[in-house]
Ligand binder design. Structure first.
Ligand code: SAH
Length: 253
């Protein structure tokens, strides 16, 4: 898996190489990452890559030519037999989610394009961008954080990057539902105790409890996720149990 990012702040983006599971995955060569600065590919004497918007108004717009030249350099270096997707970070794009991460993790890599200022000349987008991806309904000052989010989410799905592949399989959204709650030592922390079942050593019971909590949390916090799936009879029983226990715990107003 090779990921290329086009950004005016390559040093910042490459900080991701120094930390956690992404850092380890890169050091172990399970994935590779390169950052490209369009300022290195402009012919402008002061390395300018933006200009005022046609039609007037505030802000600056990233020009097409330096981005085309950068993309050419990326394609040349990658030397892919088939071109990989070019993804523009954009608040107007499709919302990034675990399904996107899984889809990207299946391929041989991709190119992330980080906008700045008011954004990028539309003609570049029309010609070179395969998809626009959003980090959420919020406007950031640049695409670097969304790009780092994507790199992180995809990297942990690449074989061997996570120490224990089971962690990814158990995470929220892996099964389209949320993760169960987690507890660790000490057993009695500030008066709050750990659910007995987790200390029982009975693995079948623990698995059942976790699945019930995962279903219940999803029902409480993200019922929309349950609309998209069909629960099997066992899961339906677990969720019904959770709902019954929840109703008992929660006083009616
Ligand atoms: N004028 C643009 C916003 C530009 S923000 C608009 O209203 O749509 C500058 C850059 O930050 C964008 O080009 C994009 O690359 C990045 N960006 C900002 N918010 C983002 C978000 N929610 N998701 C992904 N990228 C974002």
């Amino acid at each position: 898996m090779r990921i290329d990012a086009i950004t005016l702040f390559p040093e910042w983006l490459l900080e991701i190489e120094r930390y956690g599971v992404v850092g380890r995955g890169l050091r172990e060569g399970r994935l590779s990452l390169a950052a490209w600065n369009p300022r290195d590919y402009t012919t402008h004497p002061t390395r300018r890559v933006d200009d005022r918007p046609y039609g007037g108004g505030p802000g600056m717009v990233m020009q097409s030519a330096p981005l085309v030249a950068t993309l050419d350099a990326v394609a040349h270096r990658r030397g892919d037999a088939r071109p990989v997707p070019v993804l523009l970070m954009s608040p107007q794009g499709e919302r990034f989610d675990q399904r996107w991460a899984e889809h990207l993790a299946e391929g041989s890599g991709f190119v992330l394009l980080c906008g700045r200022y008011e954004g990028i000349d539309q003609r570049f987008i029309d010609r070179y961008v395969d998809a626009e991806i959003s980090a959420g309904d919020v406007v950031l000052s640049g695409g670097e954080l969304p790009a780092m989010m994507i790199i992180d989410a995809v990297a942990r799905l690449v074989d061997g990057v996570l120490g224990d592949a089971r962690s990814a399989a158990q995470d929220s959204f892996a099964d389209t539902i949320l993760d169960h709650p987690h507890y660790t030592r000490p057993p009695g922390d500030a008066g709050d105790s750990v659910p007995d079942v987790l200390l029982s050593g009975d693995h079948a019971k623990i698995a059942r409890w976790r699945e019930k909590q995962a279903l219940g949390r999803t029902w409480l916090r993200r019922p929309d996720l349950l609309d998209g799936i069909e629960l099997d009879p066992r899961q339906q029983t677990l969720l019904a149990e959770f709902i019954g226990e929840y109703a008992e715990r929660t006083p009616r107003s």
